[in-house]
Design a binder for this molecule. Structure first.
Ligand code: 13P
Length: 249
């Protein structure tokens, strides 16, 4: 039986300020529906503030990246243990912006996912194809390769991740994947998880990300293998984020 609870995660990316974050979180907390599980992933410097603002609430906190290393001489990096200590439950790993702008390989992303799990965080592992790859019919192969690296690294623990399908061409472009396009890829990912871990794959949440807005969220979330969303731009507006959260209930 499937018991996946819808999860809606805001990825603030490199936006915000102490004042704007406080306002945004207060507005979300005041209006967020109880039924869906919600989280926000804030920039590193604001995590402690956000943890305090969210303490005792049902809104969970996440970070946007972590180091693959436990500790050591890695200037500028932040470990999963530090994120856990500060109050994070989630950490995004392998976002396409990090893969593209910071040269993160499938292998590194898999190691980051492992580091996150080792410190009690739930990694939100992002996979997705570029427009060129889609046009060349490579979508399945690309996301399959990205997920295979994580399965190879985690083995049976793969069931502890949250997976996010974020087609690169739909991120920040206003061009969302159609519910059918997204569902098709989610079903492929679910089948790959099933091949790796059997029927327990039915419990793994697979989020969709890429121009999710209040007006398209409900039809996306209604797809059988879409278990919530990873929200960029719309997560910076309380009314939009809350409306998307409502669409998930
Ligand atoms: P947008 O919702 O702004 O398209 O961003 C999606 C995303 O990258 C979330 O991680």
């Amino acid at each position: 039986m499937t018991t996946r609870r819808t999860l809606v995660v805001g990825n603030w990316k490199m936006h915000g300020s102490r004042a704007r974050n406080a306002e945004l979180l207060a507005a979300i907390l005041a209006a967020a529906p109880g039924a869906a599980e919600l989280a926000v992933c804030a920039p590193f410097p604001y995590l402690a503030d956000a943890a305090a603002a969210l303490s005792g609430s049902a809104l969970a906190l996440g970070a946007q990246d972590c180091s693959a290393h436990a500790e050591g001489a890695y200037t500028g990096e932040v470990s999963a243990a530090m994120l856990a200590e500060i109050g994070c439950r989630y950490v995004i790993v392998g976002h396409s912006e990090r893969r593209a702008q910071h040269g993160e390989s499938d292998g590194l992303v898999a190691q980051k996912a492992q580091a996150a799990l080792a410190h009690g965080l739930t990694p939100i592992v992002c996979v997705g194809e570029t427009l060129l790859q889609r046009e060349h019919g490579q979508t399945g192969a690309v996301v399959g390769r990205q997920l295979a690296a994580v399965i190879g690294q985690l083995g049976e623990r793969i069931g502890a991740i949250v997976l996010a399908y974020e087609p690169v061409w739909a991120i920040g472009t206003g061009r969302t994947a159609s519910p059918q396009q997204a569902q098709e890829v989610h079903a492929l990912l679910r089948a790959q998880l099933q091949a790796a871990m059997g029927t327990a794959a039915a419990q793994v949440r697979i989020l969709y990300g890429g121009s999710v807005k209040p007006d398209n969220a409900a039809t996306l979330f209604a797809q059988p293998d879409i278990d919530g969303g990873l929200i960029g731009g719309a997560s910076l507006k309380a009314a939009d984020f809350v409306a998307i959260a409502r669409a998930a209930t």
